[in-house]
Design a protein around this ligand. Structure first.
Ligand SMILES: NC(=O)c1ccc[n+]([C@@H]2O[C@H](COP(=O)([O-])OP(=O)(O)OC[C@H]3O[C@@H](n4cnc5c(N)ncnc54)[C@H](OP(=O)(O)O)[C@@H]3O)[C@@H](O)[C@H]2O)c1
Length: 281
């Protein structure tokens, strides 16, 4: 079986991806940041790696000698330029130098959402948030250094019942449980939430293709942040009436559903909508 290097194997997506690949018989090496214990058990190796360290990234890729690198590691906040843009540049260079296939995980947040239709791969990045700008820079590094790499743009990642709540689920659950009262949910920011196992399966499939360039991989249902929050809480047995909606401020992306028809043609995995997964269909 092929060998996979997953950056961010301690993260929400990276750990699901590493487990899935392990269970499918891949030899998996995972890299971790500050939380080594969060990587799944049973990997061939777990290595500490800060992607901001160019030489360390090159040496980790050389040492693992994988067939494929799937790059999920990222942060939000002040370190985002160095980790997301700089770190991705290092990963792309290391993969190119080693002649290794790269699948880079990107985001719908590279778009401003001002078009009145779902976003296709050919649409130009136009980030309106600082985070989106770092991920757009990351894509540019990948395209320049590793033109054969796949750049998988995805949307809000969630688990649903039976999974630990993702970062995208926790605020809605906290409001529904009465633990937070300060939070409202945008009624006009529309995204394509995707279940983490569907995304992990899609990434593994993309790894085995020669798809090059952007590929949109979102869930089938475009949903506002408020409608998504309602599905999240009702799926876990909570009353959604405490969730309140608000218009998004001007500096947020707006209408960003991903047109994932190319991915649906290319891949076997079904990219389920959140209504189907969370039981609100
Ligand atoms: N979450 C979403 O809704 C969403 C939406 C669209 C796209 N995405 C994309 O999906 C990917 C994964 O997201 P996620 O939510 O699964 O992330 P996550 O749970 O926050 O995990 C991030 C991972 O990156 C690692 N990391 C952080 N800083 C690092 C550094 N300097 N060097 C090396 N590794 C570092 C973390 O390691 P430690 O925890 O061990 O420190 C962790 O394993 C990202 O590329 C993100 O842009 C996410």
């Amino acid at each position: 079986m092929p060998k996979l290097l997953v950056t961010g194997a301690s993260g929400y997506l990276g750990s699901a991806l590493a487990s899935r690949a392990r269970d499918a018989g891949w030899t998996v090496v995972g890299t971790v940041g500050a939380r080594p214990g969060a990587a799944p058990a049973g990997l061939a190796d777990v290595v500490a790696l800060d992607v901001r360290d160019d030489a360390a990234v090159a040496s980790a890729v050389r040492a693992a000698a994988p067939d494929v690198v799937i790059h999920t590691a990222y942060v939000q906040g002040t370190d985002a330029p160095a980790v997301n843009a700089g770190g991705t540049e290092h990963v792309a260079r290391a993969a190119a130098d080693a002649g290794v296939r790269l699948v880079h995980v990107s985001t719908d947040a590279i778009f401003d959402g001002r078009l009145p239709r779902p976003l296709v791969e050919a649409d130009a990045p136009s980030p309106v948030t600082a985070y989106g700008a770092t991920k757009a820079q990351a894509e540019a590094h990948v395209a320049r250094l590793c033109p054969d790499a796949a750049i998988v743009r995805t949307s809000l990642i969630y688990g649903g019942p039976g999974h630990d709540p993702a970062a995208q689920e926790r605020p809605a659950l906290a409001v529904a449980r009465g633990e937070r009262t300060d939070m409202m949910f945008y009624t006009d920011e529309v995204r394509s939430p995707i279940q983490v196992d569907d995304l992990a399966a899609a990434l593994l499939e993309v790894a085995t293709t020669d798809w090059a360039g952007p590929l949109h991989v979102g869930g089938a249902d475009p949903l506002s942040r408020l409608d998504f929050a309602r599905l999240i809480v009702t799926a876990r047995g909570h009353d959604a009436s405490a969730l309140r909606g608000v218009a998004a401020p001007v500096d947020r992306p707006r209408f960003c559903p991903l047109d994932s028809s190319r991915a649906r043609d290319l891949l076997r995995v079904r990219l389920r909508g959140a209504r189907e997964v969370l039981g609100g269909a």
